[in-house]
Design a protein around this ligand. Sequence first.
Ligand code: 8X3
Length: 249
Amino acid sequence: MKNKIVLITGASSGIGWATAEAFADQGANLILCGRRKERLEKLSQKLATKTLLLTFDVRDRKAVFESLGHLPKEWKNVDILINNAGNAHGLDPVQTANLDDWDAMIDGNVKGLMYVTKAILPNMLKSKKGHIINLGSIAGKEVYPNGNVYCSSKYAVDAFTQGLRIDLNPDGIKVSAIHPGLVHTEFSEVRFKGDQNRADKVYERIEALKAKDVADAILYIALAPAKVNIADLVLLPTRQANAYISNRK
Ligand code: 8X3
C-alpha cells in the first residue's frame, strides 16, 4: 500500500474519514474528496501522509469532471478508487416522500458514483491496473419498509458494480463492492434531517458497526493479492441478521 494513490469520496465524515485514516496508516497517498473543505483540512492535518484535497459535490457532473479530469501529474495514476460518498434522505412511504430527497439520493448515490468512476477510468485503462471499491449497503441486497428509493439507489450501486466488473474484465482492473449493515455514523442524523433522538434510536440496544470496522474491511479488500478479487462483501454487526432482524437487548 506504501505510496499507492488512493482516492476516497465522501472523506469528510464517517466511513470515508475512517477509511482515509486506515489507508494513511498503511502509507498510501490520499486524494480526499468531499463537500466540506474545513473538514478535509482537519482530516489531512491528522494524517502522516501526502494528501490532495478536492472540494466538490459528486452530484455536480461538471465539477466532478473538472476536478478529476485535471489531476496534477503526480496524482494522476489513481491505484484505488473508493466510491464512498452517499447518503440517505428521509425514510418515508412513496406516497408521502419528498421528491428533493429522491433526487439527492439518486443523484449522489447513483449518478455521482458513476460520474466519479467514469472520470477516473481513463488513466486506469492506460496503465491496465487499478481497483475500484464501491460502497453499497445491506439496503442494496434487501428492500425494507420505507427504504424504497434509498434501497433503489443501493441496488443500482450493486448492479453498476457487477456491470463494471464485466466491462473491465479484459483490462485487469479489479471491481469490488462492500455492503455494510448498521454502522453508527452521522448516517441516521442526515436521514432524519438532524432529528438526533430519532437517529439515536436506530443504534439503541445493539452494538452497531463503527466506521473503523468498515474501513478495516475496505483495507482488507484492497490488500488481497493481485490474483484475488473480493468481489462482494456484506458486513453486518454480529447482532444483526439482515435488514429486518436485529437482536436488541
Ligand atoms: C445503511 C444501512 O440498513 O441502515 O446503508 O439502511 S441501513
